[in-house]
Design a protein around this ligand. Sequence first.
Ligand code: NAP
Ligand code: ZN
Length: 370
Amino acid sequence: MTNYYMPTKIVGGENALVDNAPLLGGLGKKALIVTGRSSAKKNGSLDDVIRALEANGQVYALFDRVTANPTIAGVFEAAELARREACDFVVAVGGGSSMDTGKAVAAIAVNSLSARALFTTPFDKALPVAAVPTTAGTGSEVTQYAILNNDAIQSKSSLSSPLLFPRVAFLDARYILSLSRNTLINTALDALSHAVEGMLGARASAFTDAAAKSGIRAFAECLSALRSGRIDDPAVREKLLFAATLDGTVIANTGTIAVHALGYSLTYFRHIDHGRANGLLLGAYLRFVQRKEKASGANRVGEILAALGMDSLDEFDVVIDGLLGEREKFTDAEIEQYAGIALQAKHIANSAVRPDKADLLEVLARSLGG
Ligand code: NAP
Ligand code: ZN
């Protein structure tokens, strides 16, 4: 047996926010609502947050300028608003970018953290955060990470602290109805990647395996909806959101591995969506692990395929390619650069089968070579 930690209260179902408004009541007097420019206004989530706060007699300020792949400058701007408005808690509503921005604000607003040393300065307090996911992918609503672009290393870095676990996550699958087919697929691939990486991570345990396999099975059950981009069936959209959050509980305990480290370069340099970046790399990474497992006798790839209901990695590739469509092509120089950057990341040591530079080059070339 090993440890498993998940302090976030999860409240799910239609109308979860308004029906459970008192759960926000104890978090503070004035919220900073953190969200993106438009989607939360259209999918009803922002209105629901405001209704819930008003029902509790709580006031709020609004930061609605979160951009995809949040930057350090962006989170400092939002934290400045939190300070100016004397907000004492955060409600983050949107995809991973909004939730990560909200969590970073929770730390920056009440500690003396500098932009330059943001990822290396310890902090001992944070504002309470409530999270409302409107994509079904990152699981940020149940993790202790806020992942930001970090120009100093030309990649993404994570602000990580148990203080950043949201106190409460509201899961209402109606919000994801408005996702485009592309974002639906990309975020589902991110969730799948979290489950797979959790199983292939050095910190995998019986607890995380059980959750990861359940998340992987749920992904497989939603494949036809993902292919069509239609999630009209409430049971399907609830399953996608359930899987994403469950897979978030996995990485809260295991962290992510080399796939995420490589994927960060695809996003940082080529602006490929985070989930798509992972999806592009997963098949080749699984092949690398399978090759190593032939020597060690382990069979984690077989366990992952079994949870997917698939017989082989060839079948896996066909399914993932069907979701991804045409792949981006990278030059040898790009591949060399990205492998070099990923090799520096802590994700490498966190991979149960540890790839070396040649392995990373092979994964990138197989996934994206010209
Ligand atoms: P995102 O960057 O949050 O959002 C992508 C796009 O989807 C935005 O244009 C957003 O619009 C739109 N959108 C969000 N919800 C929508 C909805 N219901 N209907 C229509 N459009 C919607 O995408 P994401 O994949 O959820 O998050 C990716 C980020 O999360 C990356 O920065 C990644 O590094 C991070 N991440 C964090 C963790 C963690 O544990 N903290 C784990 C994995 C990934 P608006 O801008 O208008 O809202
Ligand atoms: Zn991810």
